[in-house]
Ligand binder design. Structure first.
Ligand code: ARG
Length: 294
C-alpha cells in the first residue's frame, strides 16, 4: 500500500478469508460488576464521578454482550476491585497471530490493570510483548488493523507515545501508519476512527491533524469514506464493533444509521450511556482476539 500514490485497496479481500488479515474468532470482555467513574482522566469523566448507575450499566453491558455473542465467541476476564476501567478491555493490549503487545497506561489510575492483563494473556498461551513505562501504549484503543491486514493504524498525541509504534511494527513486521490525535475528547484512536468491512472507513476528521487526514484519504478512496459529524462523534459513533457486515454501536443519528445501511451494513444499536460517562462505548468494551495460539 502507499499513502502517496493513492489507495491500492482490494475490496474482495475482506469478505473472503485473508491469511494475512486480522481474522478474529473471539472478543475479550469484562463484566461491569465493579465499574464506576471514580477518577477523571478524560474530559467525559469530568462531572461524572459516581454518576453512573451500576444496575443500568449491567443491563447495557448485557445487551452489548448478547449482541456480540450473535457474531463471535466472548471470553471473559474477571473484574478486580480498585480497577473500575477494566471493563474497557480494548485497552488491555493489541493481539494478532498469537502475539499480544501489552498496554502501558499513560495514567497511573489504570496502570494497576497491567499485571492482571499480563497474567491473563500468559495463562491463555499468548506470546506477550512488553513496552517500557516511558512509552505508553493503550492497546486496541489506539491501534487498529486495516481490514485487509496491510497496515496498522496507530494513534498518538493523547495517551500512546509514538515511540511505541516502532515496537508494533517489529512485533508483526507490518507497516504502521501513525495518526496524530489533536482533540482531547477523542483521546483514543477507536473513539474517532474505524476501519470497516468492504474497505470502508468511518472517521471524525476534526480529531486529527491535517497530515493524518491526508494519510486516511490516501488509503481509503472517497466512496469508501463515512465522515461522521460532530453530533454523532460525541455519541461515540466511530466506536464500533464490526464483524462482517454487522456493526454494533451506541445509539446514533438516523442519518448515520441510514448511511451505514446504504453501504450494506446491518446496524445494531445498543444504548451505552453509562459507559459514555467514563469516555467509552461499544468498541472500548471489547478486545478482538484472533485465537491463533500455538
Ligand atoms: N475511562 C477510560 C480511560 O479514560 C475509558 C477508556 C475507553 N477505551 C477506549 N478504547 N477508547 O482510559
Amino acid at each position: 500500500m502507499s499513502f502517496i500514490t493513492g489507495s491500492t485497496y482490494d475490496d474482495s479481500l475482506t469478505s473472503t478469508y485473508n491469511p494475512h488479515g486480522p481474522v478474529l474468532t473471539s472478543f475479550l470482555m469484562c463484566a461491569p460488576t465493579l465499574y464506576d467513574v471514580t477518577y477523571v482522566i478524560n474530559p467525559w469523566m469530568a462531572g461524572n464521578v459516581h454518576s453512573s448507575s451500576r444496575e443500568k450499566a449491567a443491563e447495557q453491558w448485557r445487551h452489548l454482550y448478547e449482541a456480540v455473542t450473535q457474531l463471535a465467541d466472548v471470553v471473559l476476564v474477571e473484574p478486580l476491585p480498585g480497577l473500575p476501567d477494566m471493563v474497557f478491555t480494548a485497552n488491555a493490549g493489541l493481539e494478532r497471530d498469537g502475539t499480544v503487545v501489552l498496554s502501558r497506561f499513560f495514567h497511573p489510575e489504570r496502570q494497576g490493570e497491567e499485571p492482571h492483563f499480563r497474567r491473563w494473556f500468559q495463562q491463555a498461551g499468548y506470546k506477550v510483548v512488553s513496552l517500557p513505562r516511558e512509552t505508553p501504549f493503550e492497546g486496541e484503543g489506539d491501534a487498529l488493523f486495516a481490514k485487509d491486514g496491510s497496515c496498522l493504524w496507530a494513534g498518538y498525541g493523547q495517551r500512546t507515545h509514538p515511540a511505541s509504534h516502532t515496537v508494533l511494527r517489529e512485533a508483526w513486521k507490518i507497516e504502521v501508519a501513525s495518526l496524530h490525535l489533536i482533540d482531547p475528547r477523542f483521546y483514543h484512536l477507536d473513539t474517532c476512527f474505524a476501519p470497516l468491512d468492504g474497505g470502508y472507513v468511518m472517521y471524525y476528521p476534526q480529531a486529527f491533524d491535517g497530515a493524518s487526514v491526508k494519510k486516511i484519504e490516501a488509503f481509503y478512496p472517497e466512496r469508501k469514506r463515512l465522515i461522521v459529524a460532530e453530533a454523532d462523534a460525541v455519541r461515540f459513533a466511530c466506536n464500533v464493533i464490526n464483524v462482517g457486515r454487522t456493526v454494533i454501536l451506541n445509539k446514533v443519528s438516523g442519518e448515520l444509521g441510514g448511511q451505514l445501511r446504504s453501504k450494506g451494513f446491518q446496524v445494531v444499536e445498543v444504548a451505552l450511556s453509562e459507559f459514555l460517562k467514563a469516555g467509552g462505548a461499544a468498541k472500548c468494551l471489547v478486545m478482538g482476539l484472533s485465537g491463533a495460539i500455538d
